[in-house]
Design a protein around this ligand. Structure first.
Ligand code: PLP
Ligand code: COI
Length: 341
Protein backbone atom coordinates (compact mmCIF):
# COMPACT_ATOMS: atom_id res chain seq x y z
CA UNK A 1 0.00 0.00 0.00
CA UNK A 2 1.37 3.38 -1.09
CA UNK A 3 1.52 5.99 1.70
CA UNK A 4 0.17 9.49 1.22
CA UNK A 5 2.74 12.17 0.51
CA UNK A 6 3.64 13.78 3.84
CA UNK A 7 6.55 15.26 5.78
CA UNK A 8 6.21 12.53 8.43
CA UNK A 9 9.11 13.69 10.58
CA UNK A 10 7.54 17.13 11.15
CA UNK A 11 4.03 15.92 11.99
CA UNK A 12 2.61 17.62 15.08
CA UNK A 13 0.15 15.93 17.45
CA UNK A 14 -3.07 17.26 15.99
CA UNK A 15 -6.12 16.63 13.85
CA UNK A 16 -5.33 15.33 10.37
CA UNK A 17 -8.09 14.43 7.95
CA UNK A 18 -8.04 10.78 6.95
CA UNK A 19 -10.42 8.89 4.66
CA UNK A 20 -12.68 6.90 6.95
CA UNK A 21 -13.99 6.52 10.49
CA UNK A 22 -16.16 3.81 12.01
CA UNK A 23 -19.40 4.11 13.96
CA UNK A 24 -21.77 1.89 15.89
CA UNK A 25 -25.12 2.79 17.50
CA UNK A 26 -26.85 1.46 20.63
CA UNK A 27 -30.62 1.77 20.29
CA UNK A 28 -33.63 -0.16 21.60
CA UNK A 29 -31.39 -2.10 23.96
CA UNK A 30 -28.80 -3.43 21.48
CA UNK A 31 -25.67 -2.47 19.55
CA UNK A 32 -26.08 -2.39 15.78
CA UNK A 33 -23.55 -3.33 13.09
CA UNK A 34 -20.31 -1.41 12.71
CA UNK A 35 -20.52 1.16 9.90
CA UNK A 36 -17.76 2.81 7.91
CA UNK A 37 -18.18 6.51 7.13
CA UNK A 38 -16.23 8.99 5.01
CA UNK A 39 -17.82 12.01 6.73
CA UNK A 40 -15.99 14.00 9.41
CA UNK A 41 -19.34 14.99 10.92
CA UNK A 42 -21.86 13.22 13.10
CA UNK A 43 -25.56 13.83 13.35
CA UNK A 44 -26.92 13.79 16.90
CA UNK A 45 -30.00 15.04 18.69
CA UNK A 46 -29.92 18.66 19.90
CA UNK A 47 -30.76 17.39 23.40
CA UNK A 48 -28.13 14.60 23.41
CA UNK A 49 -26.78 14.01 26.94
CA UNK A 50 -23.19 14.25 25.66
CA UNK A 51 -23.81 17.91 24.82
CA UNK A 52 -25.64 18.91 27.99
CA UNK A 53 -24.57 16.63 30.79
CA UNK A 54 -21.13 15.45 29.71
CA UNK A 55 -22.02 11.82 28.99
CA UNK A 56 -18.86 11.32 26.93
CA UNK A 57 -15.74 9.20 27.26
CA UNK A 58 -12.78 8.76 24.93
CA UNK A 59 -9.66 6.69 24.53
CA UNK A 60 -6.30 7.01 22.83
CA UNK A 61 -4.15 4.24 21.37
CA UNK A 62 -1.57 3.94 18.63
CA UNK A 63 -0.76 1.77 15.63
CA UNK A 64 2.79 1.57 14.31
CA UNK A 65 4.45 0.47 11.08
CA UNK A 66 7.20 -1.85 12.27
CA UNK A 67 10.71 -2.40 11.05
CA UNK A 68 9.45 -5.58 9.35
CA UNK A 69 6.67 -3.65 7.57
CA UNK A 70 3.94 -5.10 9.81
CA UNK A 71 1.26 -2.99 11.49
CA UNK A 72 1.12 -3.32 15.28
CA UNK A 73 -1.53 -1.93 17.65
CA UNK A 74 -0.44 -1.52 21.24
CA UNK A 75 -2.59 -3.02 24.05
CA UNK A 76 -6.04 -2.32 22.55
CA UNK A 77 -7.70 -4.61 25.09
CA UNK A 78 -6.62 -2.30 27.93
CA UNK A 79 -8.20 0.67 26.13
CA UNK A 80 -11.38 -1.32 25.61
CA UNK A 81 -11.52 -2.18 29.33
CA UNK A 82 -10.79 1.38 30.39
CA UNK A 83 -13.45 2.81 28.09
CA UNK A 84 -15.97 0.53 29.74
CA UNK A 85 -14.84 1.67 33.21
CA UNK A 86 -15.46 5.22 32.03
CA UNK A 87 -18.86 4.18 30.64
CA UNK A 88 -19.75 2.59 33.97
CA UNK A 89 -18.68 5.68 35.96
CA UNK A 90 -21.04 7.99 34.04
CA UNK A 91 -23.79 5.45 33.34
CA UNK A 92 -23.27 4.89 29.61
CA UNK A 93 -23.70 1.63 27.72
CA UNK A 94 -20.49 -0.41 27.66
CA UNK A 95 -19.11 -1.38 24.24
CA UNK A 96 -18.56 -5.12 23.83
CA UNK A 97 -14.89 -6.01 23.42
CA UNK A 98 -15.59 -7.70 20.06
CA UNK A 99 -17.09 -4.50 18.64
CA UNK A 100 -14.16 -2.45 19.95
CA UNK A 101 -11.69 -4.86 18.32
CA UNK A 102 -13.53 -4.94 15.00
CA UNK A 103 -13.64 -1.12 15.04
CA UNK A 104 -9.88 -0.89 15.72
CA UNK A 105 -8.97 -3.31 12.95
CA UNK A 106 -11.42 -1.85 10.41
CA UNK A 107 -10.44 1.78 10.93
CA UNK A 108 -6.72 0.97 10.66
CA UNK A 109 -7.12 -1.10 7.49
CA UNK A 110 -9.34 1.50 5.86
CA UNK A 111 -6.76 4.22 6.52
CA UNK A 112 -3.62 2.19 5.90
CA UNK A 113 -2.02 4.80 3.67
CA UNK A 114 -1.94 7.21 6.63
CA UNK A 115 0.17 4.94 8.85
CA UNK A 116 3.50 6.74 9.16
CA UNK A 117 6.47 4.77 7.81
CA UNK A 118 8.96 3.10 10.18
CA UNK A 119 11.76 5.35 11.34
CA UNK A 120 9.86 8.63 11.19
CA UNK A 121 9.00 8.82 14.90
CA UNK A 122 5.33 9.25 13.93
CA UNK A 123 2.42 6.82 14.44
CA UNK A 124 -1.28 6.44 13.73
CA UNK A 125 -3.31 7.68 16.69
CA UNK A 126 -6.72 6.07 17.20
CA UNK A 127 -9.37 8.06 19.03
CA UNK A 128 -12.31 5.93 20.20
CA UNK A 129 -15.26 7.97 21.46
CA UNK A 130 -18.45 6.93 23.26
CA UNK A 131 -21.27 9.44 23.70
CA UNK A 132 -24.80 9.64 24.99
CA UNK A 133 -26.58 10.55 21.74
CA UNK A 134 -30.19 10.24 22.82
CA UNK A 135 -32.22 13.22 24.13
CA UNK A 136 -32.82 14.02 27.81
CA UNK A 137 -33.70 17.31 29.42
CA UNK A 138 -33.83 16.06 32.99
CA UNK A 139 -30.44 15.02 34.33
CA UNK A 140 -30.59 11.34 33.43
CA UNK A 141 -28.55 8.87 31.37
CA UNK A 142 -29.38 8.76 27.64
CA UNK A 143 -31.34 5.93 26.09
CA UNK A 144 -29.20 5.92 22.92
CA UNK A 145 -25.41 5.76 22.54
CA UNK A 146 -22.91 6.13 19.76
CA UNK A 147 -19.42 4.62 19.62
CA UNK A 148 -16.91 5.69 16.99
CA UNK A 149 -13.21 5.72 16.18
CA UNK A 150 -11.36 8.17 13.99
CA UNK A 151 -7.63 8.15 13.29
CA UNK A 152 -4.90 10.73 12.64
CA UNK A 153 -1.21 10.30 11.85
CA UNK A 154 0.63 12.13 14.64
CA UNK A 155 4.06 13.17 15.83
CA UNK A 156 5.07 13.67 19.48
CA UNK A 157 2.55 15.29 21.86
CA UNK A 158 5.14 17.59 23.38
CA UNK A 159 7.00 19.32 20.54
CA UNK A 160 10.25 18.55 22.39
CA UNK A 161 9.78 14.81 21.60
CA UNK A 162 12.18 12.83 23.79
CA UNK A 163 13.98 16.01 24.84
CA UNK A 164 13.42 17.34 28.35
CA UNK A 165 10.45 19.62 29.08
CA UNK A 166 9.59 22.16 31.80
CA UNK A 167 6.42 21.71 33.83
CA UNK A 168 4.75 23.74 36.58
CA UNK A 169 2.95 22.79 39.79
CA UNK A 170 -0.43 24.50 40.09
CA UNK A 171 -2.32 24.98 43.32
CA UNK A 172 -5.08 27.34 42.20
CA UNK A 173 -6.89 24.85 39.91
CA UNK A 174 -7.95 21.23 40.40
CA UNK A 175 -8.46 18.79 37.56
CA UNK A 176 -10.48 16.23 39.52
CA UNK A 177 -12.01 15.77 42.97
CA UNK A 178 -10.86 12.87 45.19
CA UNK A 179 -14.15 10.99 44.72
CA UNK A 180 -14.93 12.47 41.31
CA UNK A 181 -14.13 11.26 37.80
CA UNK A 182 -10.34 11.69 37.66
CA UNK A 183 -9.80 7.92 37.41
CA UNK A 184 -11.78 7.65 34.16
CA UNK A 185 -11.32 9.25 30.76
CA UNK A 186 -14.30 11.56 30.50
CA UNK A 187 -14.25 14.90 28.67
CA UNK A 188 -15.17 16.94 31.77
CA UNK A 189 -11.76 16.26 33.33
CA UNK A 190 -10.10 17.82 30.32
CA UNK A 191 -12.41 20.84 30.32
CA UNK A 192 -11.46 21.35 33.98
CA UNK A 193 -7.76 21.24 33.07
CA UNK A 194 -7.89 23.80 30.23
CA UNK A 195 -7.36 27.04 32.20
CA UNK A 196 -4.33 25.72 34.04
CA UNK A 197 -2.76 24.16 30.95
CA UNK A 198 -3.28 27.13 28.63
CA UNK A 199 -1.75 29.38 31.28
CA UNK A 200 1.20 27.00 31.66
CA UNK A 201 1.80 27.10 27.89
CA UNK A 202 1.54 30.89 27.85
CA UNK A 203 4.15 30.98 30.61
CA UNK A 204 6.51 28.78 28.56
CA UNK A 205 5.83 25.38 30.18
CA UNK A 206 4.97 22.16 28.35
CA UNK A 207 2.50 21.00 30.98
CA UNK A 208 0.96 21.33 34.39
CA UNK A 209 1.65 19.08 37.36
CA UNK A 210 -1.63 18.64 39.24
CA UNK A 211 -1.61 17.87 42.97
CA UNK A 212 -4.20 15.98 45.02
CA UNK A 213 -7.19 18.31 45.33
CA UNK A 214 -7.77 17.76 49.06
CA UNK A 215 -4.41 18.41 50.72
CA UNK A 216 -2.27 19.76 47.87
CA UNK A 217 0.49 17.66 49.33
CA UNK A 218 0.78 14.75 46.90
CA UNK A 219 1.56 14.57 43.19
CA UNK A 220 -1.34 13.47 40.99
CA UNK A 221 -0.48 13.68 37.31
CA UNK A 222 1.10 15.68 34.61
CA UNK A 223 -1.57 17.16 32.31
CA UNK A 224 -2.56 14.38 29.87
CA UNK A 225 0.12 12.01 31.18
CA UNK A 226 1.08 10.14 34.37
CA UNK A 227 4.06 11.12 36.51
CA UNK A 228 7.01 8.84 37.28
CA UNK A 229 10.36 9.32 38.94
CA UNK A 230 13.57 7.35 39.22
CA UNK A 231 15.51 7.24 42.46
CA UNK A 232 18.50 4.92 42.49
CA UNK A 233 17.15 1.51 41.58
CA UNK A 234 13.47 2.49 42.01
CA UNK A 235 10.69 3.41 39.58
CA UNK A 236 8.25 5.50 41.62
CA UNK A 237 4.76 6.54 40.49
CA UNK A 238 1.78 8.04 42.37
CA UNK A 239 -1.10 5.98 43.65
CA UNK A 240 -4.22 8.19 43.70
CA UNK A 241 -7.97 7.89 43.13
CA UNK A 242 -8.02 10.97 40.99
CA UNK A 243 -5.53 10.04 38.26
CA UNK A 244 -6.10 8.12 35.06
CA UNK A 245 -4.61 4.60 35.22
CA UNK A 246 -2.21 5.01 32.30
CA UNK A 247 -1.60 2.02 30.06
CA UNK A 248 1.84 3.39 29.22
CA UNK A 249 2.67 3.67 32.93
CA UNK A 250 1.39 0.13 33.52
CA UNK A 251 3.66 -1.06 30.71
CA UNK A 252 6.66 0.90 31.98
CA UNK A 253 6.20 -0.64 35.44
CA UNK A 254 6.43 -4.10 33.88
CA UNK A 255 9.43 -3.15 31.78
CA UNK A 256 11.09 -1.55 34.84
CA UNK A 257 10.60 -4.76 36.86
CA UNK A 258 11.96 -6.78 33.98
CA UNK A 259 15.02 -4.51 33.92
CA UNK A 260 15.60 -5.24 37.61
CA UNK A 261 14.20 -2.00 39.05
CA UNK A 262 12.02 -1.96 42.14
CA UNK A 263 8.58 -0.50 41.41
CA UNK A 264 6.80 1.65 44.00
CA UNK A 265 3.24 2.74 43.33
CA UNK A 266 2.38 4.94 46.32
CA UNK A 267 1.58 8.45 47.42
CA UNK A 268 4.38 10.77 46.33
CA UNK A 269 4.82 14.08 48.17
CA UNK A 270 5.88 17.31 46.50
CA UNK A 271 8.80 17.43 48.96
CA UNK A 272 10.22 14.25 47.46
CA UNK A 273 10.87 16.08 44.19
CA UNK A 274 14.13 17.19 45.83
CA UNK A 275 15.35 13.59 46.06
CA UNK A 276 14.67 12.19 42.58
CA UNK A 277 17.38 11.42 40.02
CA UNK A 278 15.03 11.52 37.02
CA UNK A 279 11.46 12.66 36.49
CA UNK A 280 9.17 12.04 33.52
CA UNK A 281 5.65 12.16 32.14
CA UNK A 282 4.25 9.13 30.33
CA UNK A 283 1.22 8.42 28.18
CA UNK A 284 0.13 7.21 24.74
CA UNK A 285 0.42 10.66 23.20
CA UNK A 286 3.41 11.77 25.28
CA UNK A 287 5.20 8.35 25.23
CA UNK A 288 7.92 9.40 27.71
CA UNK A 289 8.73 13.04 28.20
CA UNK A 290 11.73 13.58 30.42
CA UNK A 291 11.33 16.59 32.73
CA UNK A 292 14.25 18.92 33.38
CA UNK A 293 12.56 21.59 35.46
CA UNK A 294 9.56 21.81 37.76
CA UNK A 295 8.44 25.22 38.99
CA UNK A 296 6.15 25.45 41.99
CA UNK A 297 4.08 28.45 40.89
CA UNK A 298 3.18 29.38 44.48
CA UNK A 299 6.55 29.37 46.17
CA UNK A 300 8.72 29.91 43.05
CA UNK A 301 10.77 26.91 44.16
CA UNK A 302 12.46 25.15 41.24
CA UNK A 303 13.39 21.45 41.05
CA UNK A 304 15.94 20.55 38.39
CA UNK A 305 16.92 17.32 36.62
CA UNK A 306 18.79 16.32 33.41
CA UNK A 307 21.46 18.88 34.23
CA UNK A 308 23.50 17.83 31.18
CA UNK A 309 20.54 18.76 28.97
CA UNK A 310 19.70 15.14 28.10
CA UNK A 311 17.15 12.58 29.28
CA UNK A 312 18.42 10.48 32.21
CA UNK A 313 19.87 6.99 31.60
CA UNK A 314 16.98 5.01 33.13
CA UNK A 315 14.26 7.00 31.32
CA UNK A 316 16.22 6.50 28.10
CA UNK A 317 16.37 2.72 28.59
CA UNK A 318 12.65 2.57 29.40
CA UNK A 319 11.82 4.65 26.34
CA UNK A 320 13.96 2.54 24.02
CA UNK A 321 12.51 -0.73 25.27
CA UNK A 322 8.90 0.49 25.03
CA UNK A 323 9.39 1.94 21.57
CA UNK A 324 11.34 -1.12 20.46
CA UNK A 325 8.39 -3.36 21.40
CA UNK A 326 5.90 -1.07 19.62
CA UNK A 327 7.99 -1.03 16.44
CA UNK A 328 8.79 -4.73 16.40
CA UNK A 329 12.50 -4.20 17.05
CA UNK A 330 12.51 -5.78 20.51
CA UNK A 331 10.84 -9.07 21.46
CA UNK A 332 7.21 -8.52 22.55
CA UNK A 333 7.60 -10.87 25.50
CA UNK A 334 4.51 -9.53 27.27
CA UNK A 335 2.36 -10.03 24.14
CA UNK A 336 1.18 -6.44 24.05
CA UNK A 337 0.88 -6.02 20.28
CA UNK A 338 -1.91 -7.06 17.97
CA UNK A 339 -0.51 -7.53 14.48
CA UNK A 340 -2.94 -6.40 11.79
CA UNK A 341 -2.67 -8.65 8.76
N1 PLP B 1 -3.43 10.81 32.30
C1 PLP B 1 -4.30 11.48 31.56
C2 PLP B 1 -5.12 12.52 32.21
C3 PLP B 1 -4.43 11.18 30.20
O1 PLP B 1 -5.30 11.85 29.43
C4 PLP B 1 -3.65 10.18 29.62
C5 PLP B 1 -3.79 9.81 28.22
O2 PLP B 1 -4.47 8.90 27.88
C6 PLP B 1 -2.73 9.50 30.44
C7 PLP B 1 -2.64 9.85 31.77
C8 PLP B 1 -1.87 8.41 29.90
O3 PLP B 1 -2.61 7.24 29.73
P1 PLP B 1 -2.22 6.20 28.62
O4 PLP B 1 -0.82 5.80 28.88
O5 PLP B 1 -3.17 5.08 28.80
O6 PLP B 1 -2.37 6.88 27.32
C1 COI C 1 -3.49 10.00 25.09
O1 COI C 1 -2.32 9.98 25.46
O2 COI C 1 -3.98 9.14 24.37
C2 COI C 1 -4.39 11.06 25.48
O3 COI C 1 -5.55 10.81 25.50
C3 COI C 1 -3.88 12.36 25.72
C4 COI C 1 -4.78 13.34 25.05
C5 COI C 1 -5.71 13.96 25.99
C6 COI C 1 -4.11 14.23 24.11
Amino acid sequence: MQNIDCDWKSLPFGYFKTDYNVRCYWKDGAWGKLEVSDSEYINIHIAATALHYGQEAFEGLKAFRGKDGKIRVFRWEENSKRMNHSADAIMMQPVPKEIFKEAVITVIKKNEKYIPPFGTGASLYLRPLLIGSGPQVGVKPANEYMFMIFVCPVGPYFKEGFNPVKIQIVRDYDRAAPLGTGHVKVGGNYAASLRASVRAHDEGFASVLFLDAKEKKYIDECGPANFFAIKGNKYITPDSNSILPSITNMSLREIAKDMGLKVECRKVTVKELDDFDEVGACGTAAVISPVNKILDRNSDKIFEYCKDGKAGPVSTKLFQRLQGIQLGEVEDKFEWNLIIE
